[in-house]
Write a protein that binds this ligand. Structure first.
Ligand code: SF4
Length: 106
């Protein structure tokens, strides 16, 4: 009986943990409405400079060949978009062709 109660509690705590972890994921994807509210990240922005963000990855110091925002796991946009949202810079849009030191390959 005690084991069944403990399993029930573990299951409940596990579901609660999962439920609490999902809302940030639901808020982050790029939607057309959300993207329309954001402005493009400027390379001169202090937060961009701190991470070495450039709007064209070919100018990036330290970027691997072919790495850019469009294939970064923190980027979200429609496949044909030239800019989208980035979880690392949540209040800005970044260029699909851009890159920064927080790059995370897919
Ligand atoms: Fe681009 Fe990824 Fe850096 Fe965001 S974290 S600016 S998507 S390379």
């Amino acid at each position: 009986m005690a084991d069944r109660i403990n399993l029930g509690r573990r299951g409940l705590l596990g579901r609660l943990g999962l439920a609490l972890s999902l809302p940030p994921l639901a808020l982050s994807p790029a939607t057309p409405a959300r993207s329309a509210e954001l402005t493009l990240l400027d390379e001169s922005d202090p937060s961009a400079q701190a991470e070495g963000y450039v709007s064209d990855a070919s100018r990036a110091k330290g970027a691997d060949a072919g790495a850019n925002c469009a294939n970064c796991s923190l980027y979200a946009a429609t496949s044909d978009a030239t800019q989208g949202t980035c979880q690392y810079f949540p209040d800005k849009l970044v260029k699909a062709a851009g890159w920064c030191q927080a790059y995370s390959g897919l």
